[in-house]
Design a protein around this ligand. Structure first.
Ligand SMILES: [Zn+2]
Length: 208
């Protein structure tokens, strides 16, 4: 019998098995080096894995009183198209009524035209990974601009350096960022300090 909410180690196993978590020697376009890389859509390409991860995250979200008491009149919000599979799978597990996703247009994060204030239910923001927290925080601002409420937030993987709470302007309580994995990311600003470079390991360049 699988556990209701899998342990962090089990989730990492799933991510490794599907290729979503990779170990090696990676160089970002920014020039930063790192010995690990997450490519989360590789986990979500398998329906069964996607479902296990989304059900686990939804169980954590259900424990948030504001979320469980608002269901099913809840909007699941993805900060970007990359989080859409997570949003649909979490919606299914929570039986929430709406899904929205933001996109970048000319550098600004925004919803599609004609998403109107008053139509959006209280919002749960979900994403596959939070590396810095910027996408989540920008999405909070977007939701607030529509006059909608943020009642919860959850990601599959959160880098420990990124915030575990989101500040909501004009609001009382910060929103906790729930996660299945809290990951201690290792970064080097350039090759000079990189342990893998110093061992002469060959580099893989990643797009983002
Ligand atoms: Zn390196």
């Amino acid at each position: 019998m699988p556990r209701l909410i899998p342990e962090q180690g089990e989730v990492m196993e799933m991510l490794k098995r599907t290729g979503a978590f990779r170990e090696g020697h990676f160089v970002y376009p920014s020039g930063q080096h790192t010995p690990h890389y997450f490519q989360m859509p590789l986990a979500f390409r398998y329906y069964d894995t996607a479902r296990v991860l989304a059900v686990a995250l939804s169980r954590k979200l259900r424990l948030v009183k504001e979320v469980s008491s608002a269901l099913p009149k809840v909007s699941i919000i993805s900060p970007s198209p990359g989080g859409i599979p997570v949003a649909f799978a979490v919606r299914e597990a929570l039986n929430a009524e709406q899904i929205y996703w933001a996109e970048r247009e000319g550098g600004d994060r925004m919803f599609r035209q004609y998403v109107n204030a008053g139509e959006v239910h209280p919002c749960v923001i979900v994403d596959d990974i939070s590396r810095t927290g910027t996408a989540l925080q920008e999405t909070v601002a977007l939701v607030r601009q529509l006059g909608a409420q943020v009642i919860g937030c959850g990601v599959i993987v959160r880098f420990r350096g990124s915030p575990d709470h989101l500040e909501v302007a004009g609001s009382e309580e910060p929103i906790p960022v729930l996660s299945l994995v809290d990951f201690e990311a290792k970064w080097y600003d350039n090759g000079a300090d990189c342990a893998e470079c110093n061992q002469g390991a060959s580099e893989e360049h990643v797009r983002f």
